[in-house]
Design a binder for this molecule. Structure first.
Ligand SMILES: NC(=O)c1ccc[n+]([C@@H]2O[C@H](COP(=O)([O-])OP(=O)(O)OC[C@H]3O[C@@H](n4cnc5c(N)ncnc54)[C@H](OP(=O)(O)O)[C@@H]3O)[C@@H](O)[C@H]2O)c1
Length: 290
């Protein structure tokens, strides 16, 4: 049976996950338009995209015609490390809502959105609340949708690699909680499958279930370091989070999210084939070439 060639808008392609998703859509023969506020950030993949459109998701006027000629929208736009003075509410919620309104008016077939694993149970965290409030708006919109809720990305596991490079990894609490982190390429397969599939809410994680202590050890070993791990007591971390929130709510909330992730079980249905050991070995190889 011949495959339907869809015209897809990828919002977030300048980021870790969105880049893999844009390439996955393309590799399956779909037409890909990428929305970017800083198009030069797509230079490394622009040969793999059909169109790049400059626009700001937080400025609806600048993306007024972004969905013209498009069938499906994928969005992984959200604040992770960006420090441009905007809040999770401004970007993760309102920005995506602006895009949803435009997609609805243009009569698109489907909106695929990336939230956070266990989001509905973590609404006390600003970042998760912004994501899940958008999810509620998407569900109420009448549009066909798929919500993907992944565990931690390999890109975030890079934090442990960076600490390991300095000889010691600091964990929140004993680090015995389990997580199955996922590589962007594996997650992209799930996101693109969601376009054709009927599932509306998809929990997903990577192929290996590891404790944070095991992750720390992998990050150290990949760089030929002795395994040196320090557990920061939870009470101390909570104190640091409160102080951080007092001085800068946004930074404090990011820290609160990381603390919650490191002290909870973050295990979702398993998919993919990329291992963290191979990822860290690759990071180590690149570091030696620099
Ligand atoms: N990282 C994780 O472990 C994890 C786990 C579960 C869920 N998630 C969620 O998955 C999504 C994607 O994560 P990621 O790691 O791919 O993030 P990322 O690499 O930081 O990419 C985020 C994307 O959002 C865009 N963005 C951020 N602030 C913006 C703003 N003010 N205006 C317009 N665009 C803006 C970025 O554009 P610029 O390049 O222009 O900044 C980028 O394209 C996020 O919503 C995140 O919360 C992440």
């Amino acid at each position: 049976m011949a495959m339907t060639r869809h015209r897809v808008l990828v919002a977030g392609a300048t980021g870790y996950l969105g880049g893999f998703v844009a390439r996955e859509f393309k590799s399956r023969g779909h037409l890909v338009r990428a929305l970017a506020r800083t198009p030069y950030k797509l230079n490394h993949i622009n040969g793999e995209l059909d169109e790049i459109v400059k626009g700001e998701i937080t400025d609806p006027e600048s993306i007024r015609s972004i969905c013209d000629g498009i069938d499906v929208v994928f969005s992984s736009i959200g604040i992770t490390r960006q420090k441009d003075g905007m809040t999770f509410r401004d970007v993760d919620y309102q920005g995506n809502l602006n895009l949803l309104e435009i997609a609805k008016k243009a009569g698109l077939k489907k909106f695929i959105y990336v939230s956070v694993f266990d989001g509905p149970n973590l609404l006390h965290l600003d970042i998760v609340k912004a994501h899940e409030d958008f999810v509620a708006a998407l569900k109420a919109s009448g549009m066909n949708y798929a919500i993907v809720r992944p565990t931690g990305y390999f890109s975030d596991m890079g934090e442990f690699f960076d600490m390991a490079g300095k000889g010691r990894v600091y964990l929140v609490g004993p680090g015995n909680n389990k997580v199955n982190p996922i590589h962007g390429a594996d997650l992209a397969v799930t996101c693109v499958d969601a376009m054709e599939g009927q599932r509306q809410e998809i929990d997903v994680g990577g192929p290996e279930i590891l404790t944070f202590r095991e992750i720390a050890a992998l990050a150290l070993q990949a760089q030929g370091k002795r395994v040196r791990i320090t557990s920061v007591p939870l009470w101390l971390t909570r104190l640091i989070v409160s102080v951080a929130k007092f001085f800068n709510r946004h930074e404090g909330e990011l820290l609160a999210f990381l603390t919650t992730a490191m002290t909870s079980q973050v295990v979702a249905p398993v998919t993919g084939s990329h291992t963290l050991k191979a990822f860290y070995e690759d990071c180590a190889l690149r570091a030696t070439k620099q």
